[in-house]
Design a protein around this ligand. Structure first.
Ligand code: NAD
Ligand code: GLY
Length: 357
C-alpha cells in the first residue's frame, strides 16, 4: 500500500511518499531527484539499529555513497554543539552543493538534520525519512527546522523545506506505545482544527490506530499530511493561517516548560493543552460542552492525559510569557468554535489561569 501527496510551493514543491515498506525503495525514489552521490544520513543509535542496514543497502543500490552520523537520543541532539559535529561529518562525507543530508528518525533527528541542511553551504538538499507518528504527520512536513537555545526550545532555526519526505509506515512497528499515543494527539488536533469528518473517523478507528493496523495508519498519516500541506502551501512562514496548527500548544508548551520538559512527551502536553483551550472556549460561550466531552473521550481512549498537573502558577505564568505566540505582549490562542473549525484570538493571562487552576 502506498500513497503520494504534494506540498505545493512553486519551484520548491515536494512529494510526501507514504506507505508500508518504502524504506527499501528509498534509493530508487530519491534517484529521481538528481542528487549527487555522497549523502549524509543523520540518525540516532536506536533508530539506526533498526533501519540503517535497509536504508544503506537501498541507497547504495541506487548509486549513492551514504555516510551515517549518529546524534544523541532525545532533545540533547537539538543543540548547536551537535549541529557543529554534523558540519564536520558533512565535510568528511564530501557533502557539496547538490549532495543531500537525510534525516532518519523522529522529530528530534529531523529538526537538527534539517537545521544543518539549511545552513551547511547556505543550504543543501534535505530529505526527511520520519520514523515516529509525530514526525510522519507533523514534524517532517512544512519546513520548520531548529535547534534549542538554553533559554527555550526551537529558538534557533529556519524555514527550510525538504526535497522529499518518505514515510514508511512499517517503521512504526518498533515505536514504543507511549510514542504512538503521543503522536496520535497531533493527529486528533487536525480533526479539531480542520476536519470534523476526520475527527469522526478517529473516533471510529482509534483502536486500529493504537494496534497499528496498516490501513488505519495510512489513512491517518495521509490525511494529516494533506491537511498540513494545504496550510503550509497557503501560509508557509506562519504569518496567519499556519498558526492554527498551534492548537493546544500554548498551554501544552507552558506545561512542558513548567515541568522542565522531563515529565511529558510533547503530544501528551498538547493533549492537555487542547482540552484546556476547549474549556476556555466553553467559558467564552463559543464551543459546546458536548464537543469538549467528545475530545476528552477520544484523548482518554488513547490513554492521553486531559487534566493539567498541579504546577507552580508562577512557573506557569513565566512559561506562558515566553510563548512564541505572544505578540506585542498580547497572548494569542487557538480556540475551537466547533469540531473542524478554530480561530486565533487574543486571550488574557487571567482567562488562562482560570482554566488551569
Ligand atoms: P523523538 O524524535 O525524540 O522520538 C521519540 C523516541 O522514539 C526517541 O526515543 C527515538 O529514538 C525513538 N524512535 C523514533 N523512531 C523509532 C522507531 N521507528 N522505532 C523505535 N524507536 C523509535 O520524538 P518525536 O515525538 O518524533 O519528535 C519530537 C521533536 O519534534 C521535538 O523536538 C519537537 O520540537 C519536534 N517537532 C518539530 C515539528 C516541526 O514542525 N519541525 C513539529 C512537531 C514537533
Ligand atoms: N508544528 C507546527 C507547524 O509546523 O507549524
Amino acid at each position: 500500500m502506498a500513497g503520494e501527496l504534494k506540498v505545493d510551493l512553486g519551484e520548491r514543491t515536494y512529494k510526501i511518499h507514504c506507505g508500508s515498506g518504502l524504506l527499501p525503495e528509498a534509493g530508487s525514489l530519491l534517484k529521481k531527484l538528481d542528487l549527487a552521490a555522497p549523502c549524509l544520513v543523520v540518525s540516532n543509535a536506536i533508530v539506526a539499529g533498526h533501519y540503517w542496514p535497509t536504508l544503506e543497502q537501498s541507497l547504495k543500490a541506487a548509486g549513492f555513497q551514504p555516510h551515517l552520523a549518529l546524534v544523541p537520543e532525545g532533545e540533547e541532539a537539538k543543540t548547536l554543539k551537535v549541529a557543529a559535529e554534523l558540519y564536520d561529518a558533512a565535510l568528511a562525507a564530501g557533502i557539496e552543493r547538490g549532495a543531500a543530508i537525510m534525516a532518519l528518525g523522529g522529530g528530534v533527528v529531523g529538526d537538527v538534520a534539517g537545521f544543518v541542511a539549511a545552513t551547511w553551504l547556505r543550504g543543501v538538499p534535505f530529505i526527511q525519512i520520519p520514523t515516529t507518528i509525530l514526525a510522519q504527520v507533523d514534524a517532517s512536513v512544512g519546513g520548520k527546522v531548529a535547534v534549542n537555545h538554553p533559554r527555550g526550545k526551537n529558538l534557533i532555526g529556519a524555514f527550510y523545506q525538504p526535497a522529499a519526505v518518505i514515510a514508511d509506515l512499517a517503521t512504526l512497528a518498533t515505536l514504543p506505545p507511549r510514542e504512538v499515543r503521543a503522536g496520535l494527539a497531533e493527529v486528533i488536533k487536525y480533526g479539531v482544527i480542520m476536519d470534523a469528518g476526520f475527527f469522526t473517523y478517529l473516533e471510529e478507528h482509534l483502536e486500529g490506530a493504537l494496534n497499528r493496523e496498516e490501513g488505519v495508519l495510512e489513512t491517518i498519516v495521509l490525511r494529516s499530511c494533506a491537511l498540513k500541506a494545504e496550510i503550509v502551501a497557503r501560509d508557509e512562514r506562519e504569518s496567519d493561517l499556519r498558526a492554527i496548527l498551534n492548537f493546544g500548544h500554548t498551554i501544552g508548551h507552558a506545561v512542558e516548560a513548567a515541568t522542565d520538559f522531563a515529565a511529558y512527551r510533547h503530544g501528551e502536553a498538547v493533549a492537555m493543552g487542547m482540552v484546556a483551550a476547549a474549556r476556555l472556549a466553553v467559558r467564552r460561550g463559543m464551543f459546546s460542552e458536548e464537543e469538549t466531552s467528545r475530545l476528552v473521550r477520544l484523548l482518554q481512549r488513547a490513554s492521553l492525559p486531559v487534566d493539567l498537573p498541579a504546577v507552580d502558577p508562577a512557573a506557569f505564568r513565566a512559561a506562558l510569557g515566553h510563548d512564541k505566540k505572544v505578540r506585542q505582549g498580547q497572548l494569542r490562542m487557538v480556540l475551537p468554535e466547533r469540531l473542524g473549525r478554530v480561530q486565533v484570538t487574543p486571550v488574557s493571562l487571567e482567562e488562562i489561569m482560570a482554566v488551569i487552576c
